[in-house]
Design a protein around this ligand. Sequence first.
Ligand code: FAD
Length: 432
Amino acid sequence: MKKNFDAIVVGAGPAGSSAALTMAKAGLDVALLERGAFPGEKNMFGGVLHRLTALEEFFPDFWDQAPLERHIVKKGLTFMTGEATFNVNFDTQASDRTPYNGYTVHRPRFDRWLAEEAQKAGATLITRTTVDDVIREGGKITGVTTLRDGGALKAPIVIAADGVLSLTAEKAGLRRPKFDRSHMAIGVKALIEMPKETIDERFGLVRDQGASTEIVGCTEGVRGGAFLYTNYDALSLGLVLHLGSLADSGKTPYDLLNRFMAQPQMAKLLRGGRLLEYSAHLVPEGGYEMMPELVGDGIMVAGDAAAMCIVTGLNLEGINLAAQSGVLAGKAALEAHNSRDFTKSGLSIYRRMLEESFVLKDLKLYKRAPHMLHNDRIYTSYPELVCGIMDEIYRIDGNPKSTMTQLLMRAVKEKVGLKNALADVYSGWRSL
Ligand SMILES: Cc1cc2nc3c(=O)[nH]c(=O)nc-3n(C[C@H](O)[C@H](O)[C@H](O)COP(=O)(O)OP(=O)(O)OC[C@H]3O[C@@H](n4cnc5c(N)ncnc54)[C@H](O)[C@@H]3O)c2cc1C
C-alpha cells in the first residue's frame, strides 16, 4: 500500500469526506482513513441534515445527487406531560422549494455517498483502518499509525475528523484526555419502518415532504429532550440526554426511550410500525466551551472532533458545521501546500476562515445555550405549566373563568415560582 500522501484525513464522516473532497478536487494526493467497513457504517444522528452551503460549490444540485429521504416543510415543538401535549407547528411553503432548508437522511447511505464523491475526485479511501496515534518528527505531526500491520502513513498535514471522542486530537495534545461530563449528551434512537402512505397521512405530508418535531417534558426529569423525524418510509425517534444528569438519575437511556415510545401520545403515531434498529452516539453538547485547539504543527481538527455542535433545544446542528469546517480545513491545507508552510502558524488560516464563517460565529453566539439547558425546570415544570394553562383555557365546567393574566400568574407561581421564572427568562434571553 502507498505510504506517503499530501494530506491524511482521519474519519470519513461528513467533516472528513468534505475535507478530502475539497483537497482531492484541487489535485492533492489525499488518504481518507475510516475505521468502519464502509463510511457511515458506525454513524448515527437524529437526523435532519441542514443545508450544506459549503458543499454547494461542488454539488449545485445537491438535492438531486445526494441520497436524501424527505425535505423538511414542517417543524414542530411539543411540550409533553404524562397526560397532555401542547404543540407549536411551523409549516412553510418556502421550505417546499429548492434549495431546501433541511432533509432527513440515513447516515450509512449519506456518509457512504459523500466519501465515494471524495474518492471519485481522487482521494484514496482506506476502510477498516483505525488510527491509533500520530507520528511526530521534530515536534511536528507528519503522519499517523494505524492498528493494521505496518499501517503507518505519512503526510505533512493530518486532519482529525474522527468524531466526538477524537483520539487523533488527543494524541496530538490538542485536547485534554478526559471529558467534562457536563459537556456531553448521549443520543439513543429507534428506527421504525412504516409505509410511506401511512407517514404521509399521519403527519399531513405529500410527495417527499417531511416533518421534524422536538419534544420536551418526556425524559422523566432527566435533562434532555426527544425528536421525531420522518424518513421516506421510516420514522426516526429518539432521546438526547445530558450525560451527567442521566448518570445521576440511575436510569438507562433505553428504558427511558422504551417508556417514551409507549406513552399514548407517541404510541398512536408509531402504531403499525416495525422496529428496525436501536443505536446510540455521543453529542459534544458543550460546543464552544469544550472546543480543543483547532490547529497544531501539521494538524487541524474539524467537525465533532472539534466539538462543532450547536444544541439549543430547538435545533441540533452538527453536520452543517462538520461539512463547513471540513471544506475550510481542506482549503487551509491547499494554502499550506502552496506556501510549503505546514507549521501551526501556516495552518492558522484555518481558524481565521472559521472565524469569518458561520461556524465560529454561531458557536460563539450560542456558547451559553448549554448552561441554559442545565436548568431542570425546562424538563418538568415548564411543560406542566404550558399544558396546565392550555387545560384551563379549554376547560368549560360551570366554574367562573379567569383572565389570561390571572391564569398565567397562577400557573407561574404554582409550577415555577415568580423569581425562578424571571431568572429563567433572563437566562434564556442571554443564551439564545
Ligand atoms: C442522537 C444524535 C442526533 C443528532 N441529530 C443531528 C441533527 O438532526 N442534525 C445535525 O446536523 N446533527 C445532528 N447530530 C450531530 C451530528 O451527527 C454530528 O455533528 C456529525 O456527525 C459530525 O460529523 P463528523 O464528520 O465530525 O463526525 P462523525 O460523523 O462522528 O464521523 C467521524 C468518523 O470518523 C470515524 N473514526 C472515528 N475514530 C476513528 C479512528 N480512530 N480511525 C479511523 N476512523 C475513525 C468514524 O467511524 C466516523 O465515520 C446528532 C448527533 C446525535 C448523536
